[in-house]
Design a protein around this ligand. Sequence first.
Ligand code: G3P
Ligand code: MG
Length: 381
Amino acid sequence: QQRFSSSWRRDEPAPPFAFAFDIDGVLLHVAKPIPGATETLRFLNESNIPFILLTNGGGKREADRVQDLSEKLGVYLTTDNFVQSHTPFKQLVDGPESLRNKTILVTGSDYEKCRAIAKSYGFQNVVTPADILAAHPSIFPFRPVTDILATAQPLPKPLFNTTSTTRLEEALKIDAMFVFDDPRDWAADVQLITDLLLSRNGYLGTYSALNGNETLPSCGWQQDGQPPLYFSNGDLLWSATYHLPRFGQGAFQATVAGVWHRVTGGHELQRRVIGKPQAETYEYAERVLGVHRHDILRSKGFHEPGTLKAVYMVGDNPESDIAGANGHVSENGTQWTSVLVKTGVWSEERGGEKALQGRLKPKVIVADVKEAVKWALVQEG
Ligand code: G3P
Ligand code: MG
């Protein structure tokens, strides 16, 4: 049981490097810690070496997920060193698009939790598919897979073209759509998302301004005020407790895109996807890591943490963790190094090294997170 062989003392310059750890397939298989994970994070905490958790997972408020992770891993964690897939959506509340007071539709694994997360970010008017289905059951003629209606809240405005109103200005308008984490009721979610993509200006119950026998709206699909569609990550696969990878939100996204392709006679779904490997997610993560590293090292007695020269990104999914770290160009000159572990999505049997070409090629492949940290410490001397 080889121990780690490094630690940073206060009378030395602060460590110029830090770690970013993926969660699913690196630290946990859902609720079960992966061997070595707890020991590794505890070592880093005790050795004054900063790290953040950077996950495409989501569906809970940051504080709730961090508490859950701290309990599962038996390691002290805070929201200061935690970035989950939908965390960057916060930037849309008061950003250039300023969605704070607009009406957004959110979906994900638990509609009520997604609504609570969106509200905690500052979105004021949040509608879920449950609200719509409860108000107008005929909009989705099948029984929902889960008992989602229990979470329904009254719609802020009635749907167009119903007994409540036939005047657009009085009707419910959705200004943006967000998928916060892996949806459960795909059929209902795909139906409502597609209805809105086909709508006039986001008024549910309307149809794009198709003129006469034209096969597409006068200004083209999704060009006529339809609400933008945001996905919090594009993971086709992720590593859960089953021994083979499972479908993630990327599979749901492919379903929406496939239905849209059929409905529009061949058009590519326009969407905005954040999460790993997207550049803005790594830029956001580096900012969070920089602040956290500065705070944690000062709290541990290092008066001048100095600049962060290197980040070791430890992941299990080449498409998200490895590609993101390889592609990230730091505005501070910080060098991100990708380290692939064998405990998650990728394995020698499933794809092997021939699947790791180009942007998917890690700097090194190691057995697990503990070996990843040991390898990095050797690089840092
Ligand atoms: O939903 C979780 C999945 O997308 C992957 O999460 O922690 O491996 O980025 P993670
Ligand atoms: Mg993972």
